[in-house]
Design a protein around this ligand. Structure first.
Ligand SMILES: Cc1cc2nc3c(=O)[nH]c(=O)nc-3n(C[C@H](O)[C@H](O)[C@H](O)COP(=O)(O)O)c2cc1C
Length: 408
């Protein structure tokens, strides 16, 4: 197999799990294994039982220098699936059967390969190969769409052409070279924020009025958590998440601090800011706070109306823009009713920040509380990029892409 001029150095010493499933194209995994080994990768082949019907494991053992793992319970000295999953830089499944793809999408762990994928934190590249009718099957397409939205599952192929069953259509395993190129790209984006420290705020602040009441907003914190997951995925050495939302599962490898109100959030952000390369203020910080906070419950009829006065809140973003060094990237969010790009520009100029992300909170299907968002990313150079409705993790990827341009 001839490899082209791409930078293959990134493969050197990388630990790659190569999953092989039961399909005609299984023999091509030998070429892929050989291509990876030649570039210095440490390849650990994993077969499903059904792959054994199509290729002899001796081939991949010999090429990789590592025994092919098939049986979940063969290696009893250690918990091997966890050990291997967590020491790997990437998992490549080529060819990936419809069955294995669907099982992964459903979190099924009934063999070593699906279990290792479920335990992994590294990127998973899936190269499907199957009959065109199977590829066109709505359930299988739904499973693929579900995986694509999660952020760490990527697909390469299939391509169109002559299929083993005798028909022509989409379903052929992508060319081996292309699969290796996709893996290289994936390892590269996985390293984008290498050495960088990223701080992200998430959720809506709660500003106490009295002992029982507070003002807040509908921000769920999901966008901030998605950004933290993506920053970690892109190789940041340190990801600090400062959140008011406590009911989202913590993201592995990030430092999470919980705060309640603007004052606590500001103090926590300032504690770290000097050492941070990228700060993303995704939290919805209240614009106003009660002039005075009461430590008892205000009485309904007499107290509340007369005593409740609001003042403008501190603006954390503005404070940070005053402190920011040129080599620090500062990103703000503007939750607006409608796609208010002018306001985004105004905010970016007023606050001396690098990127502003405008999202429309007037729609029910995106923004606050939703798993989806649709945003406009405005850069301090005046560039505007609209990102269509997508899962927040995918939106986070686009935002981090723009941040990486600023860092370079
Ligand atoms: C000759 C033959 C070829 C097959 N080729 C494919 C294929 O290319 N893609 C696929 O998804 N399934 C294919 N299958 C069906 C799978 O082997 C079957 O769905 C199996 O359960 C997959 O198991 P696995 O995902 O654990 O490897 C083929 C079956 C046979 C008998």
């Amino acid at each position: 197999m001839e490899l082209n001029d791409l930078d293959y150095k990134i493969l050197k010493n990388k630990t790659i799990i190569l999953g092989v499933t039961g399909g005609i194209a299984a023999y091509k995994s030998a070429y892929i294994c050989s291509g990876l080994v030649k570039e210095g990768a440490k390849v650990f082949p994993v077969f499903t039982d059904n792959a054994l019907n199509f290729i002899n494991p001796v081939t991949l053992s010999a090429i990789s220098g590592n025994k092919v793992i098939i049986d979940m319970f063969e290696n009893q000295e250690k918990i091997y699936h966890i050990d291997l999953a967590q020491s790997s830089d990437a998992i490549l499944i080529a060819p990936a059967s419809a069955n294995t793809i669907s099982k992964i999408a459903c979190g099924i762990c009934d063999n070593f390969l699906t279990t290792v994928v479920a335990a992994a934190r590294c990127p998973v590249l899936i190269a499907p190969a199957m009959n065109e009718s199977m590829w066109g099957n709505t359930i299988i397409q739904d499973n693929i769409a579900k995986l694509k939205e999660l952020g760490n599952y990527f697909f390469c192929g299939p391509s169109e052409g002559y299929l083993a069953c005798g028909s022509t259509g989409i379903g052929r395993l992508e060319k081996e070279e292309k699969i290796i190129e996709s893996l290289i790209n994936l390892l590269e984006i996985n390293d984008d924020l290498k050495g960088k420290s990223v701080l992200i705020t998430a959720g809506g602040t709660k500003e106490n009025i009295d002992a029982v009441r507070y003002i807040s907003n509908y921000s769920s914190g999901k966008m901030g958590y998605a950004l933290a997951a993506e920053a970690k995925f892109r190789g940041a050495k340190r990801v600090i998440l400062i959140s008011t939302s406590r009911d989202i599962a913590k993201i592995y490898g990030t430092e999470t601090y919980f705060v309640n109100n603007t004052k606590e959030m500001k103090e926590k952000v300032l504690e770290f800011f000097d050492d941070i390369d990228v700060t993303i203020m995704a939290a919805a910080v209240s614009d106003i706070i009660p002039e005075q906070t009461y430590d008892y419950k205000l009485k309904k009829n007499q107290d509340i109306i007369s005593k409740l006065k609001f003042i403008e809140n501190e603006n954390i973003l503005k404070i940070l823009s005053g402190l920011k060094r040129d080599n620090q990237v500062l990103v703000g969010f503007a939750a607006e009713s409608g796609e208010n790009i002018e306001y985004g520009f105004e905010k970016i100029n007023r606050n001396k920040i690098d990127i502003i992300v405008v999202n429309d909170i007037s729609r029910d299907d995106i923004g606050f509380e939703s798993d989806y968002n649709e945003v406009v990313i405005i850069d301090s150079n005046g560039e505007v990029k609209k990102i269509n409705k997508a899962k927040k993790r995918i939106i986070a990827r686009e935002i981090i892409n723009e941040i990486i341009k600023k860092l370079n």
